[in-house]
Design a protein around this ligand. Sequence first.
Ligand SMILES: [Zn+2]
Length: 316
Amino acid sequence: MNNYISKRLTWLGLVMCCAISTNALGQNPLGNVELSIQHVQGSVYMIMRPGGGGNIGASIGEDGVLLVDSLFEPMAESLVRAVRSVSDGPIRFLINTHVHPDHVGGNEPLRDQGVLIFAHDNTRSRFLLERNRYPRQGGSFAPQPSAGARPEITFDSEVGFHVNGEEVRAFLAPPAHTDGDVFVYFPESDVLHLGDVFRTTSYPIMDLYNGGSLRGTIAALDLAIDMAGPNTKVIPGHGLEIVDRNSMIEFRDMILDVRAQVLSMLREGMHLDEVMAANITAGYDAKWGQEAGWTAIDFVPIVYYELGGSGRLEDR
Ligand SMILES: [Zn+2]
């Protein structure tokens, strides 16, 4: 068994043992998770769960509350409690950065409380599919979200929210994580929420089932880096750290380095298993290989195929 396949089997074992499910009493363990809230800068806060996946941005001030993403449905009560710990104002708006369940799961309970939900057209279109496919667990399927979870207002390029003393801008990014990725910029607070295009704990996920791409990931990060100044705070989609422009540059440069190495191996005619055996991410794994469900063995093949590599491991 080569190293790549043995790592893959290890990963599958991890996924199987750690799959989220209801327990014997029918309770969803996600409902027991307590979210925390942290001030970022200006009017913006970050609401996070232990481990930091699906980080929520929140503009909180005299006009009420605008949320960016809604985590998993069972966490909705805890999400509202986190907001209430700093504000009694109405939760008015919710922007979904993309379609994944850890970013839209709280939509329906929030909508039931009168929150208006916004997303890109491409994101809403996937709420209408009978089932959705996601990159983790080798392309797992998830059932259709309920009708009540669908964003009510969609846009094709950009929308502005004039709240809490600034024009919050939500706009379509190049197709990176999905083809409905929305970045949200809070200009006076000087905070960027990049959804899952940027993460501090894992390699980038290019969700090929939902329109993501390597090329778009690099373009989207370039755009975010261009927008950010020295004092800009950045909320990553995954990871507990609030970071800055330099962290985005480091992440982008890692991707460019991996891309360049894979390209050079392709030009030498190397097959995917030879590329994987070369372990080109060894110097990066300690930083970006922290999420068991998405490591170099998931990331590097996507780079390989998007750069024109062909064939599958079993073809040899
Ligand atoms: Zn995602």
